[in-house]
Design a protein around this ligand. Sequence first.
Ligand SMILES: *[C@@H]1O[C@H](CO)[C@@H](O)[C@H](O)[C@H]1NC(C)=O
Ligand SMILES: *[C@@H]1O[C@H](CO)[C@@H](O)[C@H](O)[C@H]1NC(C)=O
Ligand SMILES: *[C@@H]1O[C@H](CO)[C@@H](O)[C@H](O)[C@H]1NC(C)=O
Ligand SMILES: *[C@@H]1O[C@H](CO)[C@@H](O)[C@H](O)[C@H]1NC(C)=O
Ligand SMILES: *[C@@H]1O[C@H](CO)[C@@H](O)[C@H](O)[C@H]1NC(C)=O
Ligand SMILES: *[C@@H]1O[C@H](CO)[C@@H](O)[C@H](O)[C@H]1NC(C)=O
Length: 680
Amino acid sequence: MFDKMILGILLIAIQAVLTTAVTGDNYVIDASVGFGRTFNGIGAISGGGATSKLLVNYPKQQQSEILDYLFKPNFGASLHIFKVEIGGDIQSTEGTEASHSHYGWDLDYTRGYEWWMLQEAKKRNPDIKLYGLPWGFPGWLRDTTDQPWKDIQTTADYVVSWIQGARSKYNLTIDYIGIWNESPYNVTYIKTLRKTLNKAGFSSTLIIASDQNGWKIAEDMAKDQELSDAIYALGSHYPDKKSTPLAQQTGKPLWASEDRVDQLARYSILHNKMLSCFTHLGLRALGCRMTLNENYVTGYMTSTVLWNVVVSYYFGLPWVNSGLMTAREPWSGYYDVRDSIWFTAHTTQFTKIGWKYLKHDSGAGMLSFGGSYVSLVSPDQQDFTLIIETIRFRSVWFQKCYVFAERNVGEFTFVTVPFFNIRLSNLHHNRAKQEYFKQLENIPVVDGMVQLQLKDSEVWTLSTISTSFKGYHPNVPEPQPFPTTYFEDFEGYNIGEEAYYFSQQIGSFEVASENNNKFMRQIVIDMPVHWFWCHIDNYNTSLNVFGDYNWSNFTASVSVSVTGENSTDWVFLASRVSAGGCRSLLGTGLFFYFNPKQQQYMLTTDLMRNNIIASGGVKNIKSDWNDLELTTNGNTVLGYINSNIVFNVKVPIEILNGWAAVGTFPYGYAGFDNFLVKKL
Ligand SMILES: *[C@@H]1O[C@H](CO)[C@@H](O)[C@H](O)[C@H]1NC(C)=O
Ligand SMILES: *[C@@H]1O[C@H](CO)[C@@H](O)[C@H](O)[C@H]1NC(C)=O
Ligand SMILES: *[C@@H]1O[C@H](CO)[C@@H](O)[C@H](O)[C@H]1NC(C)=O
Ligand SMILES: *[C@@H]1O[C@H](CO)[C@@H](O)[C@H](O)[C@H]1NC(C)=O
Ligand SMILES: *[C@@H]1O[C@H](CO)[C@@H](O)[C@H](O)[C@H]1NC(C)=O
Ligand SMILES: *[C@@H]1O[C@H](CO)[C@@H](O)[C@H](O)[C@H]1NC(C)=O
């Protein structure tokens, strides 16, 4: 039925040609009828949260290679937009990112790793657009309803101070700013933010609103001209390729301001088996590819920002398959350049922000046999790019996945454009036959026609742009397990830095110094404003995990200090901690709590302290630093304080493996030093 299709091209500035006879479906590409919306670029997100944590201490060479695959033009994903989290001291999916202002009296533009990532992106591509968004806010901005609107001007000043830091400290211009990730927006706040930006000299920093799921903001914009004027583009998360007529009628750009790299990631928690089936077939990037075309075709969205840019967080945390690439082994330097990089390159290497989409049905549309196509033209109308995907997810039946590759789905005939550069990817069901971003010979023009055989499960880019390149760095190190012994005394860090490998899940931990001794301090003293979908920051406890999730039998030890104003009561050292992310409170583990003020200890199997399996008093406590040690071996758990044994008990049978961890109850200052883990 679809054996022959004729696709004609009529491009004013290139070469006028005719559409020839039609058999079956006809997809006309014709710029003469005018252009559609303006393309705003393809981006990806670091943060939301703590997704780049393990990239920081990668060996320099591999670190630079990874950043090349993400940001370098004509090399890999070659992103147009880089979006980062504005840290809020809250758990924002894979961990906590530090705020640049933990308290009203504090301001520090060196915390965390997003500043560094922004610089690395800009270094590789000076044209990349930068975008910041808070997932949560520090406690001093919290109102009585747990929202950051205690004083709207103060919250706007806080966000603008982050933009100011980018400018003054790093000479970075923030192009776009968001409201509050997937949480309720406040109309007065959006207007106040606009005014505050203008007053501070950031009138060119544009507001994307509201980074919620859906297009509800369009309703408020329709009623409120000042709000509408304040907003540059409407941003929706995971819009499922759809936008509403009201959103379209605003006349503003529509963005998928967070969308999935992996269409199938949502199955990862409940349907692990399904996911592994998909992964085996190499379908990880399916969602990414369909989204990049279809967001425009069916949703009129002109920008797609993918979560996340790189999976640089521990195995054991949620959504470990959701990045453009994977780099979670700083100890070995191993990384994985995923197919998603090349599926993104099919668009990014052949377009630029400011290009025009061709109109629906004269350059953009769905293919009746499954798939989609979009065409874009450069503003000077000298360059043209057509991206066709025939990737169809045919069916999932129990745990079997079917993708029919190699079926001819259409024959496209192009009329003469002077010349096309062609890249092809296919998701063959046989992994060995898969190809990504392969350069094809220019297809010969015969009788003014170019013939193209299209198969199922393919992505084609045809373009006049000839600079595309499939970047490659050889000699990626082999994967290795986490080191069997690791010791940290924190002396090698600057004040305020986050220590390597410590993956803070609740609370915020940074290197501090007292009496010429550096140590790691938990610094959250007031309940922060959590992100709407993640409530664990409200439980007045902090957690920082470390090491290898698969470990069972190991010794962990740490020196702890709980002194001074705003200090916590209990500190803990833990092992076999089974959950992080927004599920941190629901996991199990062996949590060895110690309260030096009350001279007490307890051993619990949960972070909520519901199940206490040992407890008692402790003698001979020192006034400053005390040493905790915890050993789990098979079904035995041993705890020591200052080398004296305090318990030797049986481990409940279900607590088998997990990270080491430290933390506090409640929020409050605590020092941790001389941390050691040793696998038995
Ligand atoms: C927006 O913030 C103001 C100031 O705190 C508050 O009075 C108002 O109720 C908030 N609106 C919403 C919708 O939260
Ligand atoms: C800041 O960045 C701009 C480009 O964005 C550059 O022209 C300028 O020289 C930079 N200034 C400094 C002091 O590095
Ligand atoms: C932990 O074990 C799982 C299941 O055996 C394995 O897939 C995973 O790669 C391991 N993770 C690490 C960090 O070794
Ligand atoms: C403790 O907290 C109070 C109020 O939150 C603050 O005024 C004070 O400066 C804090 N002290 C220290 C040492 O952080
Ligand atoms: C932990 O140690 C116990 C006995 O001490 C052993 O049976 C078990 O296999 C060990 N687990 C791992 C993952 O090495
Ligand atoms: C956290 O716990 C401390 C000590 O028990 C208490 O003073 C404080 O009010 C608690 N904070 C919240 C937000 O529950």
